[in-house]
Design a protein around this ligand. Structure first.
Ligand code: LLP
Length: 452
């Protein structure tokens, strides 16, 4: 985004913070003009912990996990919820996921190390990745990771060899690309045939992988996995993909005699970043996933498998906000007003990368209407370093605490040290209490890996 076009139609929306509806964390409220989350004053959090700062509403995360458990198991008892750690992971998050009785998906050795350090049971971990290294595979097998989701024939052979070397068999799922193009940003579509992920159906590779998996002694073939993309609003994308994959389950039984015992339908449920966004609810999602699997299994006279779902964003995105302190405010007559904050693309790359939309408020003026239009810029050396373009905001002054909503997913986890910015800390808030779960980096951290 080299040039940010001015939107001549941008208007103040006059909305106050609480009018941002589903974009907000569950426990958000306004008291005496200040934004509170989890009963804690965010303006005080900014003072105590410094900015930029990620704040996560613990209650919101727990409620989302419970909603997934409830609304999937409502339709079929044998469902497990696997939280996708790539959306946001740290030791405290892993513990919370475990406490709520969910599983965890990791997509690298680093995520696995964090989960294990948090005491997360390896049996309840699924390992993902289109190019897991030998070291990562070895770690998964030796720590007893519950499922490795296999992405290529080479990987299947590697797992077989490593498992046999360790005198064990490794339970796996085969990742299938159902050929469905989900209605979302093309960078986060993953189920199409031209994808670096998984085995295609039409080219016969998925069947070949299943046959191999059944034949290999070091492999315990448990079932199939698919993931069609992220930030998906249209539930019929899932319905189409389920139809395709259950049909494939039937083909597997016909050609190999093997009944697929588990089906993981991936993650991807969208969330509200802006007021007009109306994503499907977890209840609606649960019904489509489970009912459609049941219906198609019935049609093919297949037993209903154990079902796994892998939500990431819809668990944590709206639970999280980022707090910044406003610095320079630059009015360019006839062009726009830039409000610059003490963070930017290093703590939230999503606007620069996907043109993502964010809703901000001034945390210390939260009861006032958003009656101006500004562009929120970061402090980094790129003109594409913006968080929100032509967004409504309260009248803003130097020193105000700016809160950006819906930053709980894929912001901290995609943060960088560009310009040698220290990455923000993470605070969990709940029941009028704040606890620091990840501290802000220090300058020393920035040099920790320099060996001379
Ligand atoms: N399972 C697999 C195999 C995945 O690859 C993903 C996300 C998920 C589950 C969780 O999907 P979710 O429920 O969070 O949509 N950085 C992008 C999103 C990339 C998603 C990658 N895979 C963003 O900021 O929008």
């Amino acid at each position: 985004m080299a040039h940010i076009a001015h939107d001549p139609h941008a208007r103040p929306d006059g909305k106050t913070t609480m009018e941002l509806g589903a974009v907000l964390p569950l426990t958000a409220e306004v008291r005496h003009d200040h934004l509170f989350i989890g009963g804690v004053d965010t303006v005080e959090l900014a003072q105590e912990f410094g900015t930029a700062l990620y704040v996560m509403d613990e209650e919101h995360i727990r409620v989302q996990l419970r909603n997934y458990l409830e609304w999937t198991r409502y339709h079929w008892r044998d469902v497990d919820v696997v939280y996708a750690g790539k959306a946001f992971i740290c030791k405290a998050m892993c513990r919370l996921v475990e406490e709520e009785g969910c599983y965890l998906d990791v997509s690298s050795g680093g995520e696995l190390a964090i989960a294990l350090a948090a005491g997360f049971p390896a049996q309840r971990i699924l390992a993902h990745g289109n190019n897991k290294t030998i070291r990562e595979l070895t770690e998964c097998i030796s720590f007893g990771v519950g499922r490795i989701v296999v992405d290529s024939l080479e990987e299947l052979a590697r797992i077989d060899r490593l498992a046999l070397e360790q005198g064990t068999t490794q339970p796996i799922l085969i990742r299938v690309t159902p050929g469905i193009v989900a209605d979302t940003h093309e960078y986060i579509q993953t189920g199409a045939e031209d994808s670096k992920f998984g085995f295609g159906l039409r080219d016969g590779l998925a069947m070949e992988a299943v046959r191999e998996a059944i034949a290999l002694n070091g492999i315990d073939f448990k079932g199939l996995h698919m993931h069609i993309g992220s930030q998906i609003f249209a539930l019929n994308s899932y319905a189409k993909a389920i139809e395709v994959i259950v049909h494939f389950m039937e083909e597997v039984r016909a050609k190999t005699g093997c009944v697929v015992a588990e089906l993981d339908t991936g993650g991807g449920l969208g969330i509200a970043y802006g007021v007009p966004d109306e994503p499907a609810t977890i209840k609606q999602y649960g019904k489509v996933i489970v009912d459609d699997i049941k219906e198609h299994c019935e049609q093919h006279a297949l037993p209903v498998p154990r079902i796994l779902v892998e939500p990431g964003r819809s668990i944590v995105a709206n639970a999280g906000v980022t707090l910044y302190t406003v610095g320079t405010i630059k009015h360019i007559p006839g062009v726009r007003t830039y409000v610059a904050v003490d963070g930017g693309m290093t703590d939230n790359i999503r606007t620069a990368l996907y043109d993502a939309h964010y809703e901000p408020t001034i945390a210390n003026k939260a009861a006032r209407p958003r009656d101006t239009v500004v562009t929120i810029a970061g402090k980094h050396c790129e003109s594409g370093d913006v968080i929100a373009v032509d967004t409504p905001l309260q009248h803003t002054e130097d020193g105000d605490v700016l809160c950006v909503f819906a930053t709980g997913a894929y912001c901290q986890s995609m943060a960088s040290n560009y310009n040698k910015q220290v990455r923000p800390g993470v605070v969990f808030v709940r029941d009028d209490t704040a606890r620091l779960v990840v501290r802000r980096e220090t300058y020393e951290d920035l040099m920790r890996c320099d060996v001379e």
